[in-house]
Design a protein around this ligand. Sequence first.
Ligand SMILES: *Cc1c(COP(=O)(O)O)cnc(C)c1O
Length: 398
Amino acid sequence: MPVPLLDLKRQNLALEADLKAAFERVLRSGYYILGPEHAAFEQECAAFLGVPHVLGISSGTDALLLALMALNLGPGDEVLVPNFTFFATAGCVARVGATPVFVDVCPACFNLDVADAAKKATPRTKAIIPVHLYGQAADMDGVLALARAHNFAVIEDAAQSFGAQYQGRQTGTLGICGAFSFYPSKNLGALGDAGLLCTNDADFAERATVLRMHGMKPKYHHPFIGGNFRLDALQAALLRAKLPHYGDYTRFRQANAAWYTERLTHVPGIMVARPEDCHLHPAHTTTPPASPAPKITLPTANPGNEHIWNQYTLRVHGPGRRDALIAHLQERKIGYDIYYPVPLDRQPCFKNVGRGGENCVRSHLLAGEVLSIPIFPELTLAEREEVAAAIESFLQRG
Ligand SMILES: *Cc1c(COP(=O)(O)O)cnc(C)c1O
């Protein structure tokens, strides 16, 4: 039985009537950019996140770019970013003319290693962008303490973590601002591009609001050079129809992750990432597990984090082994993807732009090992079993 990595139609067609009604409301309202649907969406997200200021934005990328612009970052400034993330995290830094400084990541939770960030902070460091990768919070206590010590800003890249919590607090609300993405494959997916920027800081919100609309205030007067980072009313209305179901989407993803972990843990050759492998754990160790070494490591949620499982990402250890598993999945028409195959410091475009990548051995290793399997909320039991059985038979084949 083929299993897709992601099937957006299952989620969206289940809400067909509501989505069509949302379209009708926008059509008849005559407001197609910002407007009442957009304002209502901002309010609902502010309530969901528990923050006073929320701006609907054209995409997650634009939310990050706008955050950097609102902080007035540019040439000569350095911004610490994880070396293992989606391109946009660092792309936006380079687009404002600042220098991305690549920080290694944790092999267990995949998030930025604060100790490495501390080594790379300089007087030119103006910000850090922790990414809550795959839907799990980064070490925000560590990040916030480092930022306070050096007096630089924390911009959370929460593109994959809408609703994920760090010690009971919403990711994206802990730094000066948080950038979210509603790209269709994110946990809350629009029917096109959409994003959000949130903040607790009224001055920051005011600057970002002006910059979202060409730096214009009042009308046709431009004290700043901004851009067009507005969210369509239609996307806001469609997202409003999906938001009441978001808790269910998250619970189904969490149940799917728990199911995979339970089903696969006892398969010979498979191990769940040990808590002590994570740099966040008080008893953190780099000592490998007792032999035999695992062939595949399953992801885990750190205590204190509410993981929302945007991805369920395996590590497939050993040269050529990930490719072999991919071939095995392809034979069975099982969906997968690699997030991300090339660490940022090895992207051609950052060759002469960024720095700090040389010592990032763990991100270099992960890029060759990670493999994400289907985890979307509507995945059936039979489909999960198909995926798990394929992984099991791969290991049995040797
Ligand atoms: C998706 C994503 C973005 C960009 O969001 P878009 O809405 O696609 O522009 C940025 N950072 C991370 C980590 C992402 O996963």
